[in-house]
Design a protein around this ligand. Structure first.
Ligand SMILES: [Zn+2]
Length: 461
């Protein structure tokens, strides 16, 4: 195989989440000639996604030695160092980037954020009443010194325990597996598809045995399900061109065919397309919130790197499980999706109540959305809105504008920001941001909350 073909295959592996295979291809390509900047960049990210931090640090450093003007690598290296609690090294890395590219807006912005985090750390160290934790355990204060507030059930560090009738089941942290499993236990999904590392196989085999599932390995991953024939059929479909495996995985037919037609629309995020297809645009069900469901979202070379950047913005938060339905609905009022979601929700509350509770808190909030790396999750802090985790890569200036508002109104031309009935701004542009309010509708299975809601409902025209 030629170097270029190896790089192409490695990149495809990387984007599909097969970091180990990606690394093997990149290494083979490097043996055939000096690796380019992109290959080195992906190599670093592949190490990152395998949790190989020293190797990732070294790969970024090697990339910068060979290509000292590769600014994204400085930014990612700084994020990684910050995550490791090496704030000083992180700021020095950004200063090195600014020597190469003095006007770089992202480097300037990030440096300002880290400097304010540094100031916050100094204040924290000086305050006698605050317990000090080791730097590596401290939550990354990523948006202007804010910590990532995450419930234990959504921590990226822990496995989850499902309470099944025959005893507890430990569910490994493996992509969206916990949610996929809930859908399977709810009878919504006959088959689960996973792309896995070789090292995960024994765990999955144990899981299959415990739940009486069959496991079918095929070149594009592993299928888990109760029925052997259904598994084989689903796997066979996957390999064929122009065949949509969605229905065999338990997705509503309307959503599977809609996804197939709209997933690759250039320049438009799937969420924008789903929102356009939604008739009743207010009081959306949190159960269909797919803002943080990054799987199957954008098919581009940048996909893996963007996911890494979002993860770096939310240290300790497991971004892989922030959804209740493991598919993209055809609209936010899709009746078959809602019916299936209600079944998964009932199962989640029964077998994983902490996870269910944490998911609802995360998903049932308004979101201002540009695209999958630029969005703002809103909470009310006092009278005004406050941007909360999961954080995105949204510009600080936009965050400040949103936080000056106490009311956000959608109009055909974009969003109006108001404070005390007074218009204080307008967010337009192409594409204009949209307001998705998942905070209002509550599932029928739960009695209304007592006491005043923390979040006042967002007004719509
Ligand atoms: Zn549908």
């Amino acid at each position: 195989m030629k170097a270029a073909a190896l790089v192409a295959r490695g990149t495809a592996h990387f984007n599909a989440g097969r970091a180990k295979q990606a690394l093997a291809d990149f290494r083979a390509a490097a043996r055939l000639g000096k690796p380019g900047a992109e290959v080195r960049y992906f190599t670093a990210h592949a190490h990152l996604s395998l949790g190989e931090i020293p190797e990732a640090l070294e790969s970024f450093a090697a990339l910068l030695r060979a290509y000292p003007s590769y600014i994204s690598a400085y930014l990612d290296l700084a994020n990684l160092l910050h995550q490791q609690g090496r704030l000083l090294d992180a700021t020095q890395t950004l200063r090195a980037a600014l020597k190469r590219a003095p006007g770089s807006a992202p480097a300037l912005r990030r440096l300002a954020e880290l400097e304010s985090a540094q100031a916050e750390e100094k204040r924290a160290a000086a305050a006698p009443t605050r317990a000090r934790r080791p730097a590596s355990k401290r939550a990354g204060a990523l948006i202007a010194g804010r910590a990532v507030n995450r419930p234990a059930a959504l921590s990226s560090a822990s496995e989850r325990v499902f309470r099944l009738p025959d005893g507890p089941l430990r569910v490994k942290r493996l992509g969206n597996l916990p949610i996929e499993l809930l859908a399977l236990l709810a009878g919504v999904k006959p088959v689960i598809h996973l792309t896995v590392r070789d090292g995960d196989r024994p765990e999955l085999e144990a899981l299959a045995k415990r739940l009486g599932l069959r496991l079918h390995a095929f070149p594009l991953g592993v299928m888990l399900g109760r029925d052997a024939a259904a598994l084989r059929d689903a796997a066979a479909l996957w390999d064929r061109e122009n065949v949509n495996p969605g229905v065999s995985l338990g997705y509503p037919a309307c959503c599977a065919s809609w996804y197939y037609e709209h997933a690759d629309e250039p320049g438009r995020d799937l969420v924008n397309a789903i929102y356009s297809n939604t008739k009743k645009k207010s009081r959306l069900s949190f159960m269909l919130n797919d803002i943080f469901y990054f799987f199957s979202r954008v098919r581009s070379v940048q996909e893996g790197a963007r996911r890494q950047k979002l993860a770096a913005m939310n240290p300790g938060l497991d971004l892989d499980v922030l959804n209740l339905v493991p598919w993209h609905p055809c609209s936010y009022d899709c009746a078959p999706s809602r019916a299936k979601a209600a079944k998964i929700w009932a199962t989640a509350r029964k077998v994983a109540p902490e996870l269910a509770d944490a998911l609802k808190k995360t998903l049932a909030r308004p979101v201002v959305f540009w695209d999958w790396s630029r969005f703002a999750v809103l909470e009310k802090k006092g009278k005004n809105y406050s941007v909360a985790a999961p954080y995105s890569l949204l510009e600080k200036s936009l965050i400040a504008r949103l936080e000056a508002a106490d009311t956000i109104r959608s109009t055909p031309k974009g969003l109006e920001l108001l404070n005390g009935e007074k218009m204080i701004g307008h967010l337009g542009g192409k594409p204009a941001p949209i307001l998705l309010d998942f905070s209002a509708a509550r599932p029928r299975t739960r009695p209304p909350r007592r006491g005043p809601s923390r979040m006042s409902p967002t007004r719509h025209p």
